[in-house]
Design a binder for this molecule. Structure first.
Ligand code: NAP
Length: 309
Protein backbone atom coordinates (compact mmCIF):
# COMPACT_ATOMS: atom_id res chain seq x y z
CA UNK A 1 0.00 0.00 0.00
CA UNK A 2 1.44 3.39 -0.91
CA UNK A 3 1.25 6.71 0.91
CA UNK A 4 -1.90 7.77 -0.89
CA UNK A 5 -3.69 4.58 0.11
CA UNK A 6 -2.60 4.96 3.69
CA UNK A 7 -3.78 8.53 3.60
CA UNK A 8 -7.09 7.34 2.24
CA UNK A 9 -7.37 4.72 4.93
CA UNK A 10 -6.50 7.13 7.68
CA UNK A 11 -7.99 10.30 6.39
CA UNK A 12 -10.42 11.91 8.72
CA UNK A 13 -12.68 12.78 5.81
CA UNK A 14 -13.88 9.15 5.82
CA UNK A 15 -15.54 10.11 9.02
CA UNK A 16 -17.34 13.37 9.56
CA UNK A 17 -14.33 14.68 11.47
CA UNK A 18 -12.50 15.92 8.38
CA UNK A 19 -15.27 18.28 7.49
CA UNK A 20 -16.62 19.06 10.92
CA UNK A 21 -16.57 22.77 10.29
CA UNK A 22 -19.04 22.45 7.48
CA UNK A 23 -21.17 19.79 9.13
CA UNK A 24 -21.57 21.64 12.35
CA UNK A 25 -23.13 24.66 10.69
CA UNK A 26 -26.46 23.18 9.76
CA UNK A 27 -26.12 19.43 9.23
CA UNK A 28 -25.61 18.00 12.69
CA UNK A 29 -26.20 14.30 12.13
CA UNK A 30 -24.41 13.18 8.99
CA UNK A 31 -23.43 9.52 8.95
CA UNK A 32 -19.95 8.52 7.92
CA UNK A 33 -19.45 7.72 4.28
CA UNK A 34 -18.91 3.95 4.25
CA UNK A 35 -15.64 2.66 2.81
CA UNK A 36 -15.42 0.16 -0.01
CA UNK A 37 -12.48 -2.26 -0.16
CA UNK A 38 -10.67 -2.64 -3.45
CA UNK A 39 -9.11 -6.03 -4.27
CA UNK A 40 -5.65 -4.81 -3.16
CA UNK A 41 -7.00 -3.82 0.26
CA UNK A 42 -7.14 -0.05 -0.27
CA UNK A 43 -10.36 1.53 0.96
CA UNK A 44 -12.17 4.30 -0.88
CA UNK A 45 -15.29 6.24 0.05
CA UNK A 46 -18.48 4.72 -1.34
CA UNK A 47 -19.65 8.18 -2.35
CA UNK A 48 -17.46 10.12 -4.75
CA UNK A 49 -17.73 12.87 -7.35
CA UNK A 50 -18.25 12.62 -11.11
CA UNK A 51 -16.97 15.18 -13.60
CA UNK A 52 -18.64 14.49 -16.94
CA UNK A 53 -19.70 17.79 -18.57
CA UNK A 54 -17.15 19.70 -16.52
CA UNK A 55 -14.26 21.54 -18.16
CA UNK A 56 -16.21 22.27 -21.32
CA UNK A 57 -16.26 26.04 -20.83
CA UNK A 58 -13.23 27.91 -19.49
CA UNK A 59 -15.49 30.49 -17.85
CA UNK A 60 -17.07 27.84 -15.62
CA UNK A 61 -13.88 26.01 -14.66
CA UNK A 62 -13.23 27.86 -11.39
CA UNK A 63 -16.82 27.39 -10.25
CA UNK A 64 -16.72 23.68 -11.11
CA UNK A 65 -13.47 23.23 -9.20
CA UNK A 66 -15.06 24.96 -6.21
CA UNK A 67 -18.04 22.61 -6.38
CA UNK A 68 -15.67 19.62 -6.36
CA UNK A 69 -13.83 21.17 -3.41
CA UNK A 70 -17.13 21.34 -1.48
CA UNK A 71 -17.55 17.60 -2.03
CA UNK A 72 -13.95 16.91 -0.99
CA UNK A 73 -14.46 18.95 2.19
CA UNK A 74 -17.46 16.77 2.93
CA UNK A 75 -15.47 13.54 2.60
CA UNK A 76 -16.43 12.58 -0.95
CA UNK A 77 -12.75 12.14 -1.65
CA UNK A 78 -12.92 9.98 -4.76
CA UNK A 79 -13.05 11.92 -8.04
CA UNK A 80 -13.90 10.25 -11.33
CA UNK A 81 -12.76 11.90 -14.54
CA UNK A 82 -11.60 10.93 -18.06
CA UNK A 83 -9.48 12.22 -20.89
CA UNK A 84 -12.74 12.38 -22.84
CA UNK A 85 -14.55 14.83 -20.54
CA UNK A 86 -14.31 18.34 -21.91
CA UNK A 87 -11.50 17.07 -24.14
CA UNK A 88 -9.15 17.04 -21.17
CA UNK A 89 -10.80 20.12 -19.62
CA UNK A 90 -12.40 18.11 -16.82
CA UNK A 91 -8.99 16.79 -15.75
CA UNK A 92 -7.77 20.40 -15.58
CA UNK A 93 -10.74 21.29 -13.37
CA UNK A 94 -9.88 18.34 -11.12
CA UNK A 95 -6.27 19.61 -10.96
CA UNK A 96 -7.55 22.89 -9.51
CA UNK A 97 -9.74 21.11 -6.96
CA UNK A 98 -7.02 18.76 -5.68
CA UNK A 99 -4.01 21.09 -5.94
CA UNK A 100 -3.55 21.62 -2.20
CA UNK A 101 -4.69 18.16 -1.06
CA UNK A 102 -3.56 15.60 -3.59
CA UNK A 103 -2.63 13.03 -0.93
CA UNK A 104 -6.14 12.85 0.47
CA UNK A 105 -7.92 12.38 -2.85
CA UNK A 106 -8.38 9.16 -4.79
CA UNK A 107 -8.12 10.19 -8.45
CA UNK A 108 -9.70 8.02 -11.15
CA UNK A 109 -9.27 8.73 -14.85
CA UNK A 110 -10.05 6.83 -18.02
CA UNK A 111 -8.38 6.18 -21.33
CA UNK A 112 -10.28 6.27 -24.62
CA UNK A 113 -10.48 2.83 -26.27
CA UNK A 114 -8.66 4.18 -29.33
CA UNK A 115 -5.81 5.32 -27.08
CA UNK A 116 -5.59 2.01 -25.22
CA UNK A 117 -2.77 0.39 -27.19
CA UNK A 118 0.56 -0.84 -25.85
CA UNK A 119 2.26 2.53 -26.47
CA UNK A 120 -0.68 4.88 -26.92
CA UNK A 121 -2.11 4.12 -23.46
CA UNK A 122 1.16 5.16 -21.88
CA UNK A 123 1.20 8.43 -23.83
CA UNK A 124 -2.49 9.05 -22.98
CA UNK A 125 -1.80 8.45 -19.28
CA UNK A 126 1.11 10.88 -19.33
CA UNK A 127 -1.12 13.53 -20.91
CA UNK A 128 -3.75 12.93 -18.20
CA UNK A 129 -1.09 13.22 -15.50
CA UNK A 130 0.06 16.54 -16.93
CA UNK A 131 -3.48 17.92 -17.06
CA UNK A 132 -4.17 16.68 -13.54
CA UNK A 133 -0.85 18.13 -12.38
CA UNK A 134 -0.06 14.95 -10.48
CA UNK A 135 2.54 12.22 -10.69
CA UNK A 136 0.15 9.27 -10.51
CA UNK A 137 -3.43 8.14 -10.91
CA UNK A 138 -4.91 6.08 -8.10
CA UNK A 139 -6.99 4.19 -10.65
CA UNK A 140 -6.90 4.15 -14.45
CA UNK A 141 -9.81 2.67 -16.37
CA UNK A 142 -10.35 1.55 -19.94
CA UNK A 143 -13.43 3.70 -20.72
CA UNK A 144 -15.11 1.05 -22.86
CA UNK A 145 -14.01 -1.77 -25.12
CA UNK A 146 -12.77 -0.83 -28.55
CA UNK A 147 -10.76 -2.56 -31.24
CA UNK A 148 -7.43 -2.67 -29.44
CA UNK A 149 -6.83 -6.22 -28.11
CA UNK A 150 -7.37 -6.35 -24.35
CA UNK A 151 -3.96 -7.98 -23.90
CA UNK A 152 -2.29 -4.82 -25.24
CA UNK A 153 -4.21 -2.56 -22.89
CA UNK A 154 -3.46 -4.77 -19.88
CA UNK A 155 0.19 -4.84 -20.86
CA UNK A 156 0.27 -1.04 -21.01
CA UNK A 157 -1.59 -0.74 -17.68
CA UNK A 158 0.86 -3.13 -16.04
CA UNK A 159 3.81 -1.15 -17.36
CA UNK A 160 2.24 2.08 -16.06
CA UNK A 161 1.75 0.38 -12.71
CA UNK A 162 5.34 -0.83 -12.59
CA UNK A 163 6.49 2.72 -13.37
CA UNK A 164 4.35 4.13 -10.54
CA UNK A 165 2.26 6.25 -12.91
CA UNK A 166 -0.88 4.43 -11.89
CA UNK A 167 -1.47 2.64 -8.62
CA UNK A 168 -4.05 0.22 -10.05
CA UNK A 169 -6.26 -0.20 -13.08
CA UNK A 170 -9.74 -1.34 -14.01
CA UNK A 171 -12.33 -1.29 -16.74
CA UNK A 172 -15.62 0.38 -17.57
CA UNK A 173 -18.70 -0.74 -19.49
CA UNK A 174 -17.57 -4.40 -19.39
CA UNK A 175 -20.29 -7.05 -19.46
CA UNK A 176 -19.78 -10.60 -18.16
CA UNK A 177 -18.27 -11.88 -21.43
CA UNK A 178 -15.75 -9.02 -21.47
CA UNK A 179 -14.82 -9.71 -17.85
CA UNK A 180 -14.32 -13.39 -18.65
CA UNK A 181 -12.00 -12.51 -21.52
CA UNK A 182 -10.11 -10.15 -19.25
CA UNK A 183 -9.76 -12.78 -16.55
CA UNK A 184 -8.37 -15.25 -19.08
CA UNK A 185 -5.35 -12.98 -19.55
CA UNK A 186 -2.29 -13.60 -17.35
CA UNK A 187 -2.60 -10.26 -15.50
CA UNK A 188 -6.34 -9.77 -16.10
CA UNK A 189 -7.21 -10.57 -12.50
CA UNK A 190 -5.48 -7.41 -11.36
CA UNK A 191 -8.61 -5.48 -12.42
CA UNK A 192 -9.70 -3.31 -9.46
CA UNK A 193 -13.22 -2.35 -10.53
CA UNK A 194 -15.74 -2.24 -13.34
CA UNK A 195 -17.45 1.14 -13.73
CA UNK A 196 -20.93 0.62 -15.17
CA UNK A 197 -24.30 2.29 -15.52
CA UNK A 198 -26.25 1.42 -12.39
CA UNK A 199 -29.13 3.21 -10.75
CA UNK A 200 -32.68 2.52 -9.57
CA UNK A 201 -34.12 2.51 -13.09
CA UNK A 202 -31.18 0.55 -14.60
CA UNK A 203 -30.80 -2.60 -12.54
CA UNK A 204 -29.83 -5.03 -15.33
CA UNK A 205 -26.40 -5.76 -13.79
CA UNK A 206 -28.09 -7.44 -10.83
CA UNK A 207 -28.90 -10.48 -13.02
CA UNK A 208 -25.40 -11.70 -13.87
CA UNK A 209 -22.66 -9.05 -13.87
CA UNK A 210 -22.98 -7.95 -10.26
CA UNK A 211 -22.98 -11.53 -8.89
CA UNK A 212 -20.00 -12.38 -11.15
CA UNK A 213 -18.02 -9.43 -9.81
CA UNK A 214 -19.11 -10.12 -6.26
CA UNK A 215 -17.87 -13.70 -6.41
CA UNK A 216 -14.46 -12.28 -7.29
CA UNK A 217 -14.66 -9.44 -4.77
CA UNK A 218 -14.45 -6.73 -7.40
CA UNK A 219 -16.44 -3.66 -6.41
CA UNK A 220 -18.69 -1.90 -8.88
CA UNK A 221 -18.45 1.80 -9.55
CA UNK A 222 -21.99 2.97 -10.36
CA UNK A 223 -22.01 5.74 -12.94
CA UNK A 224 -24.94 8.06 -13.61
CA UNK A 225 -26.29 7.05 -10.18
CA UNK A 226 -28.96 9.74 -10.46
CA UNK A 227 -29.95 8.71 -13.97
CA UNK A 228 -28.37 11.97 -15.15
CA UNK A 229 -30.93 13.84 -13.09
CA UNK A 230 -33.99 12.40 -14.90
CA UNK A 231 -34.49 9.66 -12.29
CA UNK A 232 -35.05 12.31 -9.63
CA UNK A 233 -38.27 13.47 -11.25
CA UNK A 234 -39.90 10.02 -11.32
CA UNK A 235 -43.11 10.33 -9.27
CA UNK A 236 -42.63 6.96 -7.55
CA UNK A 237 -39.18 7.96 -6.31
CA UNK A 238 -40.43 11.39 -5.27
CA UNK A 239 -43.21 9.73 -3.23
CA UNK A 240 -40.87 7.20 -1.56
CA UNK A 241 -38.41 9.97 -0.69
CA UNK A 242 -41.15 12.14 0.79
CA UNK A 243 -42.24 9.28 3.07
CA UNK A 244 -38.66 8.77 4.21
CA UNK A 245 -38.14 12.48 4.82
CA UNK A 246 -35.27 12.53 2.33
CA UNK A 247 -34.68 13.92 -1.14
CA UNK A 248 -35.02 11.71 -4.24
CA UNK A 249 -31.25 12.01 -4.84
CA UNK A 250 -30.49 10.89 -1.28
CA UNK A 251 -32.74 7.85 -1.68
CA UNK A 252 -31.26 6.97 -5.09
CA UNK A 253 -27.71 7.20 -3.69
CA UNK A 254 -28.55 5.65 -0.31
CA UNK A 255 -30.07 2.67 -2.14
CA UNK A 256 -26.84 2.13 -4.09
CA UNK A 257 -24.85 2.37 -0.86
CA UNK A 258 -26.95 -0.38 0.79
CA UNK A 259 -24.31 -2.85 -0.39
CA UNK A 260 -20.74 -2.68 0.80
CA UNK A 261 -19.20 -3.14 -2.64
CA UNK A 262 -20.79 -0.34 -4.66
CA UNK A 263 -19.21 3.08 -5.15
CA UNK A 264 -21.49 5.84 -6.46
CA UNK A 265 -20.07 8.86 -8.30
CA UNK A 266 -22.83 11.47 -8.68
CA UNK A 267 -21.94 14.57 -10.66
CA UNK A 268 -23.00 18.05 -9.69
CA UNK A 269 -21.77 21.54 -10.27
CA UNK A 270 -24.11 22.88 -7.61
CA UNK A 271 -22.70 23.04 -4.05
CA UNK A 272 -26.20 22.76 -2.57
CA UNK A 273 -26.83 19.55 -4.49
CA UNK A 274 -23.45 18.20 -3.41
CA UNK A 275 -24.24 18.96 0.25
CA UNK A 276 -27.62 17.25 -0.14
CA UNK A 277 -26.03 14.22 -1.86
CA UNK A 278 -23.58 13.92 1.03
CA UNK A 279 -26.57 13.21 3.25
CA UNK A 280 -27.30 9.95 1.40
CA UNK A 281 -25.48 7.63 3.85
CA UNK A 282 -27.70 8.98 6.64
CA UNK A 283 -30.88 7.83 4.90
CA UNK A 284 -32.19 4.70 6.55
CA UNK A 285 -33.86 2.27 4.17
CA UNK A 286 -35.89 -0.18 6.26
CA UNK A 287 -37.07 -3.46 4.70
CA UNK A 288 -40.48 -1.96 3.92
CA UNK A 289 -38.89 0.91 2.00
CA UNK A 290 -36.67 -1.52 0.07
CA UNK A 291 -39.79 -3.55 -0.85
CA UNK A 292 -41.49 -0.40 -2.05
CA UNK A 293 -38.41 0.52 -4.09
CA UNK A 294 -38.33 -2.98 -5.66
CA UNK A 295 -42.00 -2.66 -6.60
CA UNK A 296 -41.46 0.75 -8.19
CA UNK A 297 -38.08 -0.06 -9.78
CA UNK A 298 -38.04 -3.83 -10.23
CA UNK A 299 -34.85 -5.88 -10.46
CA UNK A 300 -34.32 -7.76 -13.75
CA UNK A 301 -36.37 -10.90 -14.29
CA UNK A 302 -34.22 -12.23 -17.13
CA UNK A 303 -30.70 -11.91 -18.52
CA UNK A 304 -30.17 -8.29 -19.49
CA UNK A 305 -27.30 -7.03 -21.65
CA UNK A 306 -25.26 -4.29 -20.03
CA UNK A 307 -26.79 -0.87 -20.68
CA UNK A 308 -24.37 1.97 -21.28
CA UNK A 309 -24.43 5.65 -22.15
P1 NAP B 1 -25.59 11.65 -12.62
O1 NAP B 1 -24.53 11.80 -11.62
O2 NAP B 1 -26.53 10.52 -12.51
O3 NAP B 1 -26.47 12.99 -12.72
C1 NAP B 1 -25.90 14.23 -12.89
C2 NAP B 1 -27.01 15.26 -13.00
O4 NAP B 1 -27.79 15.24 -11.81
C3 NAP B 1 -26.51 16.67 -13.20
O5 NAP B 1 -27.32 17.26 -14.19
C4 NAP B 1 -26.75 17.33 -11.84
O6 NAP B 1 -27.09 18.70 -12.03
C5 NAP B 1 -27.91 16.57 -11.29
N1 NAP B 1 -27.88 16.47 -9.82
C6 NAP B 1 -26.87 16.03 -9.04
N2 NAP B 1 -27.23 16.06 -7.74
C7 NAP B 1 -28.50 16.52 -7.70
C8 NAP B 1 -29.41 16.78 -6.66
N3 NAP B 1 -29.09 16.56 -5.39
N4 NAP B 1 -30.64 17.26 -6.98
C9 NAP B 1 -30.97 17.50 -8.26
N5 NAP B 1 -30.16 17.26 -9.31
C10 NAP B 1 -28.92 16.78 -9.03
O7 NAP B 1 -24.99 11.60 -14.11
P2 NAP B 1 -23.58 11.48 -14.79
O8 NAP B 1 -22.83 12.74 -14.69
O9 NAP B 1 -23.85 10.88 -16.12
O10 NAP B 1 -22.81 10.33 -13.95
C11 NAP B 1 -21.96 10.60 -12.88
C12 NAP B 1 -20.52 10.40 -13.25
O11 NAP B 1 -20.27 9.08 -13.70
C13 NAP B 1 -20.07 11.26 -14.44
O12 NAP B 1 -19.92 12.62 -14.10
C14 NAP B 1 -18.81 10.54 -14.83
O13 NAP B 1 -17.76 10.90 -13.95
C15 NAP B 1 -19.23 9.09 -14.66
N6 NAP B 1 -19.73 8.48 -15.92
C16 NAP B 1 -19.01 7.46 -16.49
C17 NAP B 1 -19.44 6.86 -17.67
C18 NAP B 1 -18.63 5.75 -18.27
O14 NAP B 1 -18.89 5.38 -19.43
N7 NAP B 1 -17.70 5.19 -17.56
C19 NAP B 1 -20.63 7.28 -18.28
C20 NAP B 1 -21.36 8.29 -17.67
C21 NAP B 1 -20.91 8.86 -16.49
P3 NAP B 1 -26.49 19.87 -11.08
O15 NAP B 1 -25.12 20.16 -11.61
O16 NAP B 1 -27.46 20.98 -11.31
O17 NAP B 1 -26.48 19.37 -9.68
Amino acid sequence: MNAADEALNDQPTHSPGGSGRLFSMNTPALSEIPGVALPDGARVPALGLGTWKMGEHAKRAAQEAEALAVGLDLGMTLIDTAEMYGDGGAEEVVAKAIAKRRESVFVVSKVYPHNAGRKSAIAACERSLRRLATDRLDLYLLHWRGRVPLAETVDAFERLRAAGKIVRWGVSNFDVGDMQELFALPEGRRCATNQVLYHLAERGIEWALLPWLRERRIPVMAYSPLGQGGLLRKPKLVAIARKLGATPAQVALGWLLRDTDVIAIPESGDPEHIRANRGAPSVKLPAAALREIDAAFPPPKKPTPLAML
